[in-house]
Design a protein around this ligand. Structure first.
Ligand code: UD1
Ligand code: CA
Length: 457
């Protein structure tokens, strides 16, 4: 973005209990397309170049702080939580002077845009007000605080819905909970708050009335950023916001040249990158730090987490990939399962009902049907026959299987690790291999076929 605002500090309120979520997890940690709610707010604030970002935590303070340890933000603990005014009192006490302006917002408004905050700040400075509140008009203002104005249209006070008179309740302009304050005024006004309301809390909103009582100028900015006020208090609202975020993410990929056959049923988390000309069929889930190359094909019901996929990769229906790497022109599935640390190199093939774990399939290797490859190194152009199993686990430890380049493993073989199959070697179908097979040799390890007469009555 444009200029930074070093003289401005932001206070993010995130200490509340959020009873309405009915959750053991702190509200601001609930993920929205793979990213915690609070991360949206903090990322937006960080883009503004503010002098300081201070997050007020309380309920599950340790968990919230631990999750955001890597962020350039400070925390202050509010304990107990006695209302939004009390939260800002604690924050103001922790802020050193040197900040002319304080922006206050909530940790549960993830869709708020940086540009809206900037506009609020500019309006605040231009109007010379001691306090400026961001408002929005709603046809059904519900439980939001109402903006009460005088005949000249100047803000008189904010009244909570539960404390409002019938006339006040009919006001459709509401408090988004996002404000700019002159710091010196705020510090003084916070001292005047009293818990004389329905909840017995210290309300930050009463600071507005306090300014008017002292004949200080208060301003408001009616925003058209309809998403800015959309706080999350229930899981209904969480789902609605998540749907909106999902749509935004999908639109970004569509505009960048990715085909989504049905964006309504495509689930791409915030941190995923996808190359142009990749085609994604319905019900795919792309999660975490996944990177997908160009011109790939993802058939329906593919789920990929924290993995890197190369270019021109075909991933057929029902394939699941976790924490793995897939090189260019690989073919996977249908119904392949790449468990963590699978490393599938160029042009290799992993077919239906094949599971890999901590396994390298070198270039051109194939495991096309019904196979388990765990803790294995499979050389270039190896052919792993249907039903092959690496027996990598003896109940206590894991052991490695090495299949050297060009080897051919006959169907339904069990390779009991640790074991090495030499380059160009053959394993006869149905073998249980317990000893190394030298290069260019044929190993057969199974009962010999016998033919017997059948006694018939
Ligand atoms: C608040 C406003 C209301 C506004 C609405 C917008 C007040 C009194 N009311 O109501 O005018 O329309 O936001 O969404 O401010 N919090 C703390 N510590 C506390 C209490 C709350 O950090 O002691 C945090 C919460 O975690 C939350 C935010 O402050 O992030 C707002 O608190 P909440 O109780 O949700 O206020 P609302 O009733 O939504
Ligand atoms: Ca709220």
């Amino acid at each position: 973005m444009t200029d930074s605002l070093p003289e401005v500090a932001a206070v993010v309120l995130a200490a509340g209990k959020s009873t309405r979520m009915k959750s053991a997890t702190a509200k601001v940690l609930h993920p929205i397309m793979g990213k915690p709610m609070l991360a949206y707010v903090l990322d937006t604030l960080q883009s503004l170049g503010l002098g300081k970002i201070l997050v007020v935590v309380g309920h599950q303070a340790e968990a919230v702080q631990a999750r955001f340890a890597g962020y350039a933000v400070d925390f202050v603990v509010q304990e107990p939580q006695l209302g939004t005014g009390h939260a800002v009192q604690i924050a103001a006490g922790a802020l050193k002077s040197g900040f002319g302006t304080i922006i206050v917002l909530c940790g549960d408004v993830p869709l708020l845009q940086g540009e809206t905050i900037r506009q609020l700040y500019q309006h605040h400075v231009a109007s010379g007000a001691v306090a400026t509140v961001l408002t929005v008009e709603l046809p059904e203002p519900g439980s939001y605080g109402r903006i009460v104005k005088d005949e000249q249209g100047r803000v008189l006070k904010i009244v909570e819905a539960r404390d409002a008179s019938p006339a006040e309740l009919s006001i459709r302009e509401i408090n988004t909970g996002i404000y700019c304050f002159q710091f010196a005024f705020l510090q003084a006004a916070l001292q005047t708050l009293r818990p004389d309301n329905d909840q017995g809390e210290l309300y930050l909103t009463d600071v507005i009335g306090a300014a008017r009582a002292r004949h200080l100028p208060v301003a408001s900015l009616l925003t058209t950023d309809q998403a800015s006020f959309q706080g999350i208090n229930t899981r209904v609202e969480l789902a609605a916001v998540a749907a909106r975020v999902r749509q935004q993410i999908n639109e970004r990929h569509l505009l960048a040249g990715v085909t989504l056959i049905d964006p309504q049923t495509t689930y791409i988390e915030a941190g995923v990158a996808i190359g142009a000309d990749t085609v994604i069929f319905p019900n795919c889930y792309l999660q975490g730090q996944t990177v997908i190359g160009e011109a790939c094909l993802l058939e329906p019901n593919v789920k990929i987490s924290d993995s890197r996929i190369g270019n021109r990769v075909t991933i057929k229906m029902g394939t699941v990939i976790t924490d793995s790497r897939v090189a260019d022109e690989v073919q996977l599935g249908p119904y392949a399962h790449l468990r963590p640390l699978s490393d599938i190199r160029e042009r290799a093939k992993v077919g239906n009902f094949v599971e890999t774990k901590k396994t390298v399939l070198h270039a051109g290797a194939k495991a096309n049907h019904l196979t388990y490859l765990g803790d294995a190194e499979v050389g270039e152009n190896v052919n792993v026959g249907a039903g092959t199993i690496t027996c990598n686990y003896d109940g206590k430890h894991k052991y490695k299987t090495t299949i050297a380049p060009g080897a051919f493993i006959g169907s339904n073989s069990a390779l009991v690790a640790p074991v090495t199959i030499g380059a160009g070697a053959y394993v006869g179908a149905g073998s249980v291999i317990t000893e190394d097979v030298p290069p260019e040799k044929l190993a057969i390890a199974r009962g010999r076929q016998v033919i017997k007469d059948i006694r018939k009555k």
